[in-house]
Design a protein around this ligand. Structure first.
Ligand code: A3P
Length: 287
């Protein structure tokens, strides 16, 4: 039997893949088996560091705060894996969830809507490293360099939370054509946020005035969000190693160019081409 792969940060395992250590394998199983979906449930699904919090904020605003005014966006748009089933069942409709589930793990339902947002893997890698190493350092207890993170975690198939970036994105892209899934990219959102918000409104069948749309877009710009204590994770400041490190950090396409080497970039290019771009006929922009 192959040696178990060493995973150098705090985690649990579900189906052989690392998941956050504060979410039990039983909770993942529960979501696959007993969770009751409602027809108006909406899931924001992402691989970590791909624009999850951005979409949580946008949807909560578009839906006029269905769970009331909250101090922390995660109370309005809960991370379904993290919440207990009782708390999930007690939420009023429409429920909007955040999830990092792979497609095969996610609760299904006939009319449930999913918005899957993906981001180029180089920026995901750098953002994910910052997340583990600087922002949630007390939680992950990860102390490696970016180069170690790249080779020991990000580029290996079974060592990142929820598994490999390339498997996660491919698993969702295989569902392309499912009318209940809207695919977005972080790069498109950076390029023209209003255009992408209009796609979301159309997909969800929402009625919004022009004024409301502009208001949502303005409050979702990087500068607004980085100052907004509901979404900028300043409530986790105690967990940081360096008080200046930020959850809403750069918000750019291509900032990996300051952080990854040419060789690392080439390695990612090859995987991106072979596992995502060629099989799915897409182009992932990374600058
Ligand atoms: P960076 O670390 O590259 O800056 P998630 O919410 O999935 O964890 O993703 C976090 C990433 O989304 C961070 O990327 C963060 O800065 C970025 N982000 C959050 N809000 C944003 C916004 N309004 N505009 C652009 N990027 C945003």
């Amino acid at each position: 039997m192959a040696d178990p792969v060493e995973i150098p940060y705090r985690h649990n395992l579900y189906k052989g893949l690392p998941v956050p250590d504060f979410i039990t394998p039983e909770r993942y199983k529960e979501l696959e088996t007993i969770h009751q979906s409602r027809v108006d449930d909406v899931f924001i699904a992402t691989y970590q560091k791909s624009g999850t919090t951005w979409l949580q904020h946008i949807l909560y605003e578009l839906y006029d705060h269905p769970q009331g005014e909250v101090e922390n966006i995660n109370d309005g748009v809960p991370w379904i894996e993290e919440y207990s089933q009782d708390k999930i069942d007690a939420l009023v409709s429409p429920r909007i969830f955040k999830t990092h589930d792979r497609w095969d793990w996610i609760p299904k339902g006939n009319k449930v809507k999913y918005i899957y947002c993906y981001r180029n893997p180089k920026d995901v890698c750098c953002s994910y490293y910052n997340h583990m190493k600087n922002v949630f350092v007390g939680h992950y207890k990860y102390s490696g360099s970016l180069s170690e993170f790249f080779s020991d975690i990000f580029i290996k198939p079974n060592t990142s939370e929820q598994g490999w970036y390339f498997d996660h994105v491919a698993g969702w892209l295989e569902q392309n054509g499912n009318p209940n899934i809207l695919f977005l990219t972080y790069e498109d959102m950076v390029e023209d946020l209003k255009r992408e918000v209009l796609k979301i409104i159309k997909f969800l069948g929402l009625q919004c005035t022009e004024e409301k749309i502009d208001c949502v877009v303005n409050s979702s710009l990087f500068d607004s969000m980085s100052k907004n204590p509901k979404v900028n994770y300043t409530w986790r400041d105690g967990d940081k190693k360096d008080p200046n490190s930020k959850f809403i950090r750069k918000g750019k396409v291509g900032s990996w160019q300051d952080e990854l080497t040419k060789e690392q970039s080439n390695q990612i290019d090859k995987l991106t081409r072979d596992l995502l771009e060629v099989p799915f006929g897409i182009k992932i922009r990374d600058t």
